[in-house]
Design a protein around this ligand. Sequence first.
Ligand code: RIB
Length: 289
Amino acid sequence: MEILSFGSLNIDNVYCVEYIVKPGETISSKELKLYPGGKGLNQSVALAKAGVPVYHAGNVGEDGGMLMEYCTEYGVDTRLIRKVKTPTGNAMIQVSDTGENSIVLFRGANFENDIEYIKQVLGNFTAGDYLILQNEINCLKEVIDIASEKEMVIVLNPSPMNQLILDADLKKVTFFIMNEIEGYQITGRIQPEEILDEMLRRYPLSKVVLTLGENGAYYEDGKERIFQEIFKVDPVDTTAAGDTFTGYFLAGLMEGMNIKDVLRLSAKAASIAVTRKGAIPSIPYRKEV
Ligand code: RIB
C-alpha cells in the first residue's frame, strides 16, 4: 500500500511580530526567516518524520531547489514533483508573540496542475493506495475524480476552505480531516457534535476527524465517536500544527493502530509542533513523539 501526497510546496516567509498587523497599520517585524512549507509538503514531511514512506506530487519553479533538498533530507520521495516555469508558491506568515499566525498565500507553481500531469502521477498508483489532499492546488476536483475511479483511499484536509472544495464531489472522500471552521463552512453547523452529525448525514460512507485547536479533536465513522484531548503546552508558533496532526493521523492508520491510539499519537505530535518555530522544522520525529 503506497501513499501519495498531491499538494502544495511553499517557501514560507515568516515575520515575527508583537501582534498581527491591523488594517491600515504598518509595523516592523523582529525577525524574518525563510522556511520550507505548504500544507501539502508539511503533511508529506509529517508522514516521513513519522517513519512512513511517502511520494509527493506537485509543482515547483526554478527557485524550488531548496524545497527539493529539504524533501530529500526528510525522506520524502520527490520523483513525481514537476519543475515548471512559474515561480514556486510562497506564504507571507506573521507569527505574534502569543504564537498566533496569519497567512497570505501566493499560489505560484501550485496552480500549474493539468489533467495530463494528474493522470501521469496517479498512473503510478492503484486501488487501495492512499491519496492525501489539501486545498492549495488547482484541479482538486479532477484529482479527486480520477483517484476515485482508480479506487484510491482519498483523505481530504479541506484547508484553506473555499469554493474549490465545494465544487469537488466530496462523496468520493474516505476521510475528512478538518477543523471546526472548515466543518462549519461545509455543514453550516457550529457545535462540534452537530458538525459531525451533519457530516455523517451528508457523507454516510466517509469518516471524519474534527480538530478543535486547544479543545481537542473528535473522530466519527458512523459506528463510534471518539474524543481526544490536547497535550497542554505553551505555544510559540501554531503554523503547521494541523498539518502535523494530519500527517501523523495517516501514519498511525497506515501502521494499523487502533483509532484511539492514532488520535493520541496525532495530538501529541501536533502539541510538540506548536512549541517550535516554522512549519516543516517544527514537525517532530517519531522518536520525539
Ligand atoms: O499550514 C501551514 C502552511 O500553510 C504554511 O506552511 C504555509 O505555506 C501555508 O500553506
